[in-house]
Design a binder for this molecule. Structure first.
Ligand SMILES: O=C(O)c1ccccc1NCC(=O)[C@H](O)[C@H](O)COP(=O)(O)O
Length: 272
């Protein structure tokens, strides 16, 4: 059983309990359920430089506790002020130390920044939860869903005005799961068996993702040079958690990265 199998097994238990505790009809009555959503795909497409999706990540299976002393509203508002094109907030508690409360606090502090509910989506019910939390985007991980499940969940997400980020780890997952119902394709550089990260994964898959999908590189991103190389290969979004969260001031770490990015793309005359 790899880590994803363990997380998904736990998620099935949690979703079953949540459906009883808070029926879908209750979620639909939440004031946030009918809010106008924001488009992360448009924000990334329209940007003339690499778009950073900054993650609020307290802990992870690969690193344990990354930052035990942070407030989601402070960190994410700092991210938005430093130019994040999107925010990713983990709502999984057991493995990542996240919570619905983290997401809600971040949402309230960032009314104009597109927000991804970062969790392991296996059931339509979770899309209703995401909508009621104030999410704009949901994640579908190809490694834990059949291609039919990806399609069905993505269709339902669109009905709810949520955008869909499909996450793949290799060419096989990409071929099997990519469908017109997704908006963005995220290539996760983290090998879930070894936890090692390699941006070569993003580089290898870049040309295989059709240009109509916004391309996002995820995990293990640390420096502006690498991000600019991937930008030149067609990636528009870059999902970064640990690099920011392990510092005492995650927003300042994003600000510093943005400065490096703009310096490099100006030097290279890469503004699009
Ligand atoms: O981060 C982990 O250890 C992890 C383990 C198992 C499944 C998923 C995991 N991470 C989820 C992510 O996608 C990352 O949080 C995200 O891409 C940011 O990565 P990083 O910049 O390396 O924190």
């Amino acid at each position: 059983m790899n880590i994803l199998d363990k997380i998904v097994a736990q998620k099935r238990i949690e979703v079953a309990a949540a459906k009883t505790a808070k029926p879908q009809s209750t979620l639909e009555r939440d004031p946030l359920f009918s809010r106008q959503t924001l488009s992360l795909a448009d924000a990334l497409r329209q940007a003339d430089a690499p778009g950073i999706i900054s993650e609020f990540k307290r802990q992870s299976p690969s690193k344990g506790v990354i930052n035990g002393n942070v407030e989601p509203e402070v960190v994410t508002a700092g991210y938005s002020a430093a130019g994040a094109k999107g925010l990713s907030v983990l709502t999984d508690t057991l493995f990542f130390g996240g919570s619905f409360s983290d997401f809600e606090k971040a949402r309230a502090a960032n009314p104009s920044t597109p927000m991804l509910r970062k969790d392991f989506m296996i059931d339509e019910y979770q899309l209703f939860e995401a909508r009621a939390l104030g999410a704009d985007v949901i994640l579908l991980i190809a490694a834990c869903l059949s291609s039919q499940e990806v399609r069905t969940l993505a269709q339902k997400a669109h009905e709810l005005d949520l955008e869909v980020l499909l996450e793949v780890h290799d060419a096989e997952e990409l071929t099997q799961s990519l469908c017109d119902e997704v908006d963005m394709v995220g290539v996760n550089n983290r090998n879930l068996k070894t936890f090692s990260t390699s941006v070569d994964t993003s580089a290898e898959l870049a040309a295989q993702i059709p240009d109509r999908f916004v391309k996002i590189s995820e995990s293990g991103l640390k420096d502006a040079e690498t991000i600019v190389q991937l930008f030149e290969q067609g990636y528009r979004g870059f999902l970064i958690g640990e690099t920011f969260m392990k510092t005492p001031d995650p927003a300042a770490a994003l600000e510093s990265l943005q400065k490096d990015l703009f310096r490099i793309i100006e030097q290279k005359h890469l503004i699009i």
